[in-house]
Each structure stands twice: as C-alpha cells, then as structure tokens.
Design a protein around this ligand. Structure first.
Ligand code: RUB
Length: 314
C-alpha cells in the first residue's frame, strides 16, 4: 500500500483507532522508504521521508499516537551520517515500534484483566483494542463477565465492538449512547481506551467518554483507561492543546435534510476530554498509574525529561 493510500484510509477511517493508526503509519513509512531510489545523498532521503511523514501527520489531528510514532521512528534517521545508515535506522525503528506496540497491547490486556473481577459487568465505549484486549483476556482467564457496549454515534464503532465481543462469546448488552446513565446502575466498572493523555492526566477519547465517566463518578463506579505509553502527549507540557477533530456534518445529518433546515447548525466533534478527577487508573504497558503520574510516563518512556524540555526552547 502506498503512503497516499495509507493516508487516505486514515482520513476515511478505514484505518482507525489510535494504536492501529500509529502502527499502519509506521509501516507505511517503512514501505515508502523502499520505494525511494538510492541517490547516495542522505539529505534527499531525509527530505523525502519528512514529506511522507507530514502527509501522514495531516490526516487526523487528535490521536497523539500518530505524531509520537512518527517521532520515535524519524528521530535518529534525521541525524544519520549517510543514506544507507538512515535507511537501516528507519527500518529497524519501524519494526521495533510495531513489535513493541503489539507487546504493549498484550501487557495492557493482562493488567487490565487483573482489574476486572470475576462476576463483574463492564461498560465500554467506542472500539478500543486496549480496552477490548483486557475484557477478552478476563474472559480467557475464565472469569464470568458481562459487557455493556454503546452504539457510538455517528460512526457506530460500537457495532465493531459487539461483533468482537460476540465472537468471543462474551454476553453483551448493546445500548444507545444516551442510555449510559440509566444503565450505569447495572455496571461495576468502565473500561475505555485513549487517543491522547495530557500532562495533567486528562484523557482524550471518543466523544461521549466524558459523559460516561461523569455518570460513573456519580454512581461511584471505577473508570479505567487502557493506553499504551505512546498515547501520552508530551507537548502538553509546553502548554500545547490537543486538537479535537471535527468531522463532516453529514456524518450526523444527511445533507439533503440539513439543506431544508437553514436555521440549524450541526456540529460533529469526534473526541472529548475527560478530566483526571473522573479517572481512577490508567493502565499502560509500564504499569497501572493514577492519572496525576502522566508526566512520569512522558519523562521515563517518551524521553521528555527537563533537559529535553529546555531543548524545545533553544
Ligand atoms: C477511536 C477511539 C478509541 C481510541 C483507542 O476513535 O476513540 O477509543 O483510539 O483505541 P476513532 P485503541 O474510531 O475515531 O479512530 O485502544 O485501539 O488504540
């Protein structure tokens, strides 16, 4: 698949979910490098790769897994002394990222499952491989669990979730998004994924996550976020905000109906922000942390210590 095909598939959401977007982007970069003719000039190679990286980065703005993955792969390529070294570093970093991202998912699934007690009812929202991995692992361990899965308007990612749960023979109740508060009394805990986690421990995930977290807080049910360390957004340390993607309004209301309603404005923000105080635990491959330890993950796992922070201002 060409770099343009991958970018198009991320835009159209054929490739979606923060982890998958990151892995597919990295493998597209690796494959793109193979299509570039050898010139013997490392600067030409780096320039071509930066263009490809920019194309991918411009696809969807919210999932920080995308810029983090590109940065992890490109960082050392930029300082390579010759073209062959740059090509080798790119290939190695890309393979390493894809492998460690899959390993991270496995670890999160086991840790997440440990937080799902036998006999519990879990609510999940959207379609997160990390959250679903934990639920499926809990079932694999022989726990008797049930799931409430939301519809996830307007894109209906909930249908992918219920298909996966059904395939694993996990008893599941499918509800519309607005039933979350009513059904919360049947639920023991909420498990969701993340597109970005900020330095103050706030979690950016599919629109509606913050409402569910608020309902869980009101009902005194735990909210667990499952997220690989590359979902943490180091640039929020510098005060950068996570851009919330707005998608076409016809995903919410068809254009022909909207055309007959000239006084009606349609908004389609597809992610929201859940403040840290509504989150009990963030499970990463490095361990389960309370949200206020987000900076520790940025420093220890993404290399954003105070030295690196200073460099950002040089
Ligand atoms: C997907 C979404 C998922 C996170 C985490 O949104 O919000 O909860 O990306 O997923 P969209 P994962 O469908 O708009 O991409 O755990 O698979 O990385």
């Amino acid at each position: 698949m060409s770099i343009n095909d991958t970018a198009d598939k991320i835009i159209s959401m054929e490739i979606r979910g923060a982890g998958k977007i990151a892995r597919e982007a990295v493998s597209a970069l690796r494959d793109h490098a193979e299509t570039l003719p050898r010139t013997g000039d490392v600067s030409i190679f780096i320039r071509e790769m930066e263009l490809a990286a920019d194309l991918l980065l411009a696809t969807r703005p919210t999932a920080v897994s995308l810029p983090n993955a590109v940065q992890i792969v490109m960082r050392d390529v930029r300082s390579a002394s010759n073209e062959e070294a740059a090509r080798r570093i790119l290939r190695e970093k890309a393979n390493e990222f894809i492998w460690s991202s899959r390993t991270a998912l496995d670890r999160i699934s086991v840790m997440g499952a440990n937080h799902i007690p036998d006999g519990s009812v879990v609510m999940t929202h959207c379609n997160s491989s990390a959250a679903l991995g934990s639920i499926i692992e809990a079932k694999r361990q022989g726990k008797d669990i049930e799931v409430y899965a939301t519809e996830v308007r307007p894109w209906n990612q909930g249908r992918i979730t219920i298909k996966t749960l059904n395939d694993h023979e996990i008893p599941t109740t499918y509800i519309v998004d607005s039933a979350a508060r009513t059904m919360m009394k049947e639920v023991d805990l909420v498990i969701v994924g993340a597109d970005a986690i900020t330095v103050n421990g706030a979690v950016v995930n599919k629109i509606g996550t913050s409402q569910i977290a608020l309902c869980a807080h009101e009902a005194r049910k735990n909210v667990i976020v499952t997220a690989e360390t590359y979902k943490f957004a180091p640039r929020t340390i510098l005060g950068e905000r996570i851009q919330i993607e707005e998608r076409p309004t016809n995903e919410v209301l068809p254009d022909d109906i909207a055309a007959g309603l000239p006084f009606v404005r349609i908004k389609n923000p597809v992610f929201d922000v859940t403040p840290a105080e509504y989150i009990d635990l963030i499970i990463t491959e490095a361990g389960a942390i309370p949200p206020h330890l987000a900076f520790t993950i940025m420093r220890e796992y993404l290399g954003w210590g105070l030295g690196e922070l200073q460099n950002q201002f040089l």
